[in-house]
Design a protein around this ligand. Structure first.
Ligand code: BEZ
Length: 260
């Protein structure tokens, strides 16, 4: 049993702001193109977009003629997906309510928020028709280690406690083993470093994603921690032209639910 077998509530400590998300994290659905191609959605298929966020990538998938259902733990982001015309539901991915309904389950940049990986994979297996595919990309082992180390160091140097790590960034072996244990055949799984340019810089990334590290701090304390983290990150994550990069590592896989 690993620490991830029991999970904290979804998105613990994370507040989503649909406007900031669209601006600071607009690159997330754009970079989801590779995993969307791996999914290869077909006309008429029923596909579950797990952690659909504001539905930008769900809309792209729907262009194939597949029927997309989105689920996300954030009511704000589900509202955004619905505004784009996607059928979307607020749902905890650890307690999916679907049974043998989908030809495929797809997920981009969301599974690492779901710390109870086994509960999530079990729900995905239940949601799929026999032979259905689970195609996803998530943060892998070592993802954003520079950013999280800087945040942890900034919290410590300002005399604050370091909260429990909010994300699950597994190795390929770890996730493949879990998939197999839940009845999947793993056709492909790969870990890849993908340094990612940040359109609104490190401050934009931290504005949208760092809140799990900052719960319980007042506005002044938060600002100090952010300033110190940005100063620590500048030598390695910002180039001479002022372009900031996040040290993303992606874990991408294509798994099929066994028929027997
Ligand atoms: C990611 O997509 O890798 C990620 C995004 C926000 C927080 C942590 C990781």
């Amino acid at each position: 049993m690993s620490a991830f077998d029991s999970h904290t509530p979804p998105d613990a400590g994370q507040q989503w702001n649909a406007h900031d998300y669209a601006i600071d994290a607009g690159f997330v659905p754009v970079l989801g193109g590779a995993v969307a191609r791996l999914l290869d959605p077909q006309h008429g298929e029923r596909i579950l977009d797990l952690g659909c966020g504001d539905g930008v990538l769900s809309v792209d998938l729907a262009l194939s003629g597949a029927h997309i259902t989105g689920v996300d733990a954030s009511p704000e982001l589900v509202g955004g997906a619905r505004a784009r015309g996607i059928e979307a539901h607020v749902m905890d991915a650890h307690a999916l309510t679907f049974t043998r309904q989908f030809d495929a389950v797809f997920s981009n940049a969301a599974l690492h928020w779901m710390r109870g990986a086994d509960q999530v994979i079990a729900g995905v297996a239940r949601a799929l028709k026999p032979g259905g595919r689970f195609v996803a990309e998530m943060g892998g082992h070592g993802n954003v280690v520079a950013i999280t180390s800087a945040l942890q160091a900034a919290l410590c140097s300002n005399g604050h406690a370091v909260p429990a790590f909010p994300w699950h960034f597994p190795t390929a072996d770890d996730y493949a083993e879990r998939l197999r244990a839940h009845g999947f055949q793993v056709r492909y799984i790969e870990m890849q470093a993908r340094p990612t340019a940040l359109p609104t810089g490190m401050r934009g990334w931290l504005r949208t994603f760092a809140s799990p590290f900052l719960t319980g701090l007042d506005a002044t304390q938060r600002q100090r921690v952010i300033d110190d983290a940005v100063a620590l990150l500048e030598p390695t994550q910002c180039d001479a032209r002022g372009q900031w990069t996040a040290d993303y590592v992606r874990l991408r896989f294509d798994a099929r639910l066994r028929t027997v």
